[in-house]
Write a protein that binds this ligand. Structure first.
Ligand SMILES: Cc1cc2nc3c(=O)[nH]c(=O)nc-3n(C[C@H](O)[C@H](O)[C@H](O)COP(=O)(O)OP(=O)(O)OC[C@H]3O[C@@H](n4cnc5c(N)ncnc54)[C@H](O)[C@@H]3O)c2cc1C
Length: 491
């Protein structure tokens, strides 16, 4: 039986495991518990052109428009063509998406979708409902929870395994397999405010980059305009669907911030995030005014519960305190349409991967769908692999290097200042100069504490973002640069 090691227990990793568990010996390694992932937090929904009036071609067109045509058309076509089939299979297996009174699937409309095509489950708790359902289908996998993946084991340029460390015992172990799959999600915790789960620290991208795998599109990080923010801390996402239902962005004086912008409060996320940041820099506070939404608490039960948990008096004020923050990374480990990376037998799926589907900006509700599609394609490829023969190798103890790293807070503050919603070439260079004083590239992951490792991984990702942003000739999608590119010298 082929042995497959999957790193990450979000939707991508768990869905892949469902596809492989009958034919392969599958181990899922995850940093904390199976509940710790961005997939569990997804609120908005999952897009699929299943409504009779809709079509994969229209879904593809919306995806390409949102991605500013920076997408790989073949990846987009694969997403929109395969996605509906996988959703139907999930429904057949018992996944309960929300339905209308007549029993028909209830398709929601979201920003930049030209059709009602976004499925929800349990209202605004789609990610938790879907990921838990997929996890409930896992019967033949081994779990290694509270275990952090550190570094790839590569023999003759082929990935043969991965070193992991159990958080509780500190024990290091090398897991070998016929395929290793990185499904570790994005890098939201590079920024001081993020919607992401605390385990999401760019690990997969850093692990792959250290082993020399190709990485692409790192300039494109999506910032979400509305993070519930109290005393400078983010306490979760306030879904865009609330603005879709009539909520508006205001300041402390009830001034409507997006009044003079095309599409107003429903302008693209990057446009809204930039306006909010500019307004905030002028000393204003930011709120989402929900007074126009009837039955708010019934329509948004997940958001309501979160607001109540944090004692936000929205029932009396009709306001939710928000700020923009990091949400999603379009770039990542370069893969082909089968999730194969540039290192043989190393695969990447879900948010950690860059198969080109999202282009320069992700269309809302496409990432959960990409988790399913990229996992299904990886499963097909892995099942066709020949078994691997692994040579025994002696472990070499590398000399210890004392880590010189920034504090997480310093790194996050600098990342927000220089890699955030508005960038300048001067700022990107200043950031890289600042980063150059640290030795994150010389460090051996096995020799670092969990905290040092997370910081080193985020430094590596920050370096990739800054360099990719400098290499972009102009603003595109989520990458916004203020200064023009320097003119090329002639002669
Ligand atoms: C608040 C929020 C709302 C969202 N809403 C939507 C939405 O409505 N629709 C949509 O399509 N998308 C949405 N997204 C984006 C979407 O949820 C994610 O892109 C997607 O779930 C990523 O899935 P994944 O399986 O690739 O990674 P994740 O779900 O992030 O899972 C990554 C897993 O890897 C583990 N891990 C990380 N590093 C290591 C390591 N070194 N060793 C071991 N394990 C590790 C993590 O703990 C986690 O279990 C939302 C995201 C957030 C944060």
């Amino acid at each position: 039986m082929r042995k497959v090691i999957i790193i990450g227990a979000g939707l991508a990793g768990c869905y892949l495991a469902t596809q492989l568990q009958d034919t392969c010996d599958v181990t899922i390694v995850t940093k904390k518990s199976p509940k710790d992932s961005n997939s569990m937090l997804a609120q908005g929904g999952i897009a699929a052109s299943l409504d009779p009036g809709d079509s994969p071609a229209e879904h593809a067109a919306d995806t390409l428009t949102a991605g500013q045509y920076h997408n790989k058309p073949a990846a987009v076509n694969q997403l929109v063509a395969t996605g509906p089939k996988l959703i139907q299979q999930l429904i057949k297996a018992g996944m309960a998406f929300d339905r209308q009174a007549d029993g028909q699937l209830d398709f929601g409309l979201e920003g930049a979708h030209s059709h009602h095509r976004v499925l929800h489950a349990n209202g605004d708790r789609t990610g938790a409902a879907l990921t838990s359902f997929v996890q409930s289908q896992l019967h033949r996998v081994q779990w290694q929870s509270n275990t952090t993946a550190l570094a790839l084991k590569v023999q003759d340029d082929v990935c043969v395994g991965i070193t992991v460390r159990n958080e509780r015992t500190g024990q290091l172990e090398t897991l070998t397999g016929d395929a290793v799959v990185l499904a570790t999600g994005g890098l939201g915790n590079l920024f001081p405010l993020t919607t992401n789960n605390q385990t999401i620290t760019g690990d997969g991208i850093a692990i792959a980059a250290r082993a020399g795998a190709a990485i692409s599109d790192m300039a494109f990080v999506q910032f979400h305009p509305t993070l519930l923010t109290l005393h400078g801390q983010c306490y979760g996402l306030i879904t865009e669907a609330i603005r879709g239902s009539g909520a508006i962005l205001v300041d402390e004086n009830n001034h409507r911030i997006m009044a003079n912008v095309a599409k107003r409060d429903l302008a693209p996320r990057d446009v809204v995030a930039r306006h909010l940041k500019a307004w905030q820099q002028q000393g204003h506070q930011l709120f989402l005014d929900i007074s126009a939404i009837p039955n708010f608490t019934q329509r948004f039960p997940g958001v309501t519960e979160n607001l109540d948990n944090h004692h936000v008096p929205f029932r009396t004020t009709n306001r939710i305190p928000i700020q923009p923050g990091a949400h999603f990374v379009m770039g990542g480990i370069t893969t082909d349409l089968s999730a194969q990376t540039s290192i043989p037998r190393l695969f990447a799926i879900g948010e950690v991967a860059c198969n080109g589907v999202h282009g320069a900006n992700r269309l809302a509700s496409n990432s959960l769908l990409d988790c399913l599609v990229s996992a299904e394609k990886a499963a097909e490829k892995i099942q066709a692999l020949q078994p691997l023969t692994i040579r025994p190798t002696a472990t070499t103890n590398k000399p210890a290097v004392k880590p010189i790293l920034p504090t997480l807070t310093d790194l996050q503050d600098k990342a927000w200042q220089y890699l955030g919603v508005v960038r300048t070439r001067t700022g990107l260079r200043t950031f890289l100069d600042w980063l150059a004083q640290f030795n994150y590239r010389q460090l051996t992951p096995e020799q670092l504490s969990d905290n040092e490792l997370a910081i080193a991984n985020l430094c590596l990702c920050a370096n990739l973002i800054a360099n990719a942003a400098l290499a972009e000739p102009k603003s595109l999608g989520a990458h916004y640069i203020k200064e023009p590119a320097a003119k090329k010298q002639v002669g």
